[in-house]
Write a protein that binds this ligand. Structure first.
Ligand code: ZN
Length: 435
């Protein structure tokens, strides 16, 4: 299913909007396409209906049309150069492809939910730029409310200076708190000892649908977003696992929200999870040939091959895509964690990966090298066996057909369930503890 935000009108049309007729045409088609499905939900949040970028590589102005006034907080981030706009939850009803190309200082931009109640717009910059103004105009003289951001080119030193003057642009407090909230879901499991008299001693399985919210992940040429495909798969997997009554399932996300990579790991650790399964759907960049089938990844310091390395690199970019301040992360901790990762955890991860490959190959097409390893951030819990499954390539026609098919999903989710049964084997007794 194509994302709601993705009706097809080029940003270019927006830029040419001075010609009033064109503007009317694009707005009309937007309204027709975007609104059809959920008119009531849309009206609960401020609606962003159009976007324009004007200017050049010295000065650039970004304008977002809104149906009401909202608050905005704008700040810059380095490595890579980005401008982040934090706003309340907004219903983005913009043309498909909006933001893929920018203008002037804005190379491209993304928008979407980063948490319930909070949306974010992230500009990728062509170089260092400073925020001259960021404000919202009331509707007036027949014009809608508008969010306006003005950027001016600066140099590396100027960018750094502005950052320093701004204070460290921390993550929104709410984004930090959300970690706690996510953890709270599983707090009851975190307190007790392993097993014995704990109220619910069933093993916890954390299912981690990749991406979400502002981070779409990969996109099929026909518009399907990885974040949606993997959420569908993960929800089906949860149902499959819960059916057995033997395990407790915790989701890192169960809706279209962005979750930072580190938070996903925290969910697994807080839950004292016995298994962490991250679900993704890869794509080969255009012009790099075709690949198909599912691949199962485990953590390693050194990638098993070039493709695994490319993939880990691109998956690890999720936080940058969503405007998380990477310089705030204690990056070397991750490496220490790898060192500390107990051999046992790795052994379990590898064992599950092999079981999974064995089960999946009977129902789903596998990649020609289905077991690989690389430095995925999301697999770095030192004490939780973790695998990342690329369930297929959205860039491959046949794979995509499977990924959107209910019967394929049911079969494949069933095979993952089988692998889980085999993995926990005799450790888990089906009767007694339930109901
Ligand atoms: Zn992914």
């Amino acid at each position: 299913m194509a994302s709601r935000a993705n009706q097809h009108v080029w940003l270019r049309a927006g830029l040419l909007c001075a010609a009033a007729l064109l503007c009317l045409a694009s707005t009309a088609s937007l309204a027709a396409g975007a609104q059809a499905s959920q008119p009531t939900v849309a009206s609960a949040y401020p609606v962003a209906s159009d976007v324009r970028i004007a200017g050049d590589d010295k000065q650039t102005r970004f304008i977002l049309d809104l149906d009401r006034r909202i608050d905005v907080r704008a700040f810059a981030l380095a490595d890579p150069y980005r401008i982040i706009l934090d706003v309340p939850q907004v219903s983005f009803q913009l043309a498909s492809g909006t933001g893929q190309t920018g203008r002037g200082l804005i190379k491209a931009f993304r928008y979407g939910l980063v948490m319930p109640g909070g949306s974010r717009i992230v500009f990728d910059l062509t170089g260092p730029a400073r925020i001259e103004k960021a404000f919202v105009l009331d509707a007036a003289n027949g014009q809608p409310s508008r969010l306006i951001v003005e950027l001016a080119a600066t140099d590396k030193a100027g960018f750094k200076q502005a950052l320093a003057a701004d204070g460290t642009p921390a993550l929104r407090p709410a984004l930090d708190e959300r970690t706690g909230t996510t953890g709270a879901v599983v707090a009851d499991a975190a307190g007790g000892d392993h097993g014995a008299e704990a109220p619910d001693s069933r093993p916890v399985i954390v299912i981690d649908p990749g991406h979400g919210g502002i981070d779409n992940g990969t996109m099929a040429p026909s518009g399907e977003a990885e974040k949606t495909l993997v959420l569908d798969f993960a929800m089906a997997l949860r149902a499959q696992i819960e059916k057995t009554g033997k395990y407790r399932v915790v989701m890192t996300r169960s809706d279209d929200t962005f979750i930072p990579l580190g938070d996903r790991v925290k969910v697994a650790r807080n839950a004292k999870a016995a298994l962490f399964v991250s679900i993704h759907a890869d794509a080969l960049p255009r012009g790099e040939g075709d690949a198909q089938g599912a691949t199962i990844y485990t953590l390693s310091d050194k990638a098993s091959d070039a493709e695994a390395e490319r993939l880990a690199e691109s998956e690890n970019k999720a936080d940058a895509i969503a405007g998380v301040n990477l310089t705030e992360e204690p990056t070397d901790v991750a490496d220490i964690l790898i060192d500390l990762a107990q051999r046992e955890t790795r052994t379990f991860s590898n064992r599950f990966a092999r079981l999974l490959a064995g089960e999946m190959k009977s129902v789903a097409r596998m990649h020609k090298h289905p077991l690989k390893s690389a430095g995925f951030k999301v697999l770095k819990a030192p004490d939780v066996p973790s695998v990342l499954v690329e369930i297929g390539y959205v860039s491959n026609k046949d794979d995509l057909q499977h990924l959107v098919s209910d019967s394929w999903r049911t079969r494949t989710v069933g095979s993952v369930g089988q692998a889980i049964e085999a993995f926990f084997g005799k450790r888990v007794v089906s009767s007694g503890s339930e109901h």
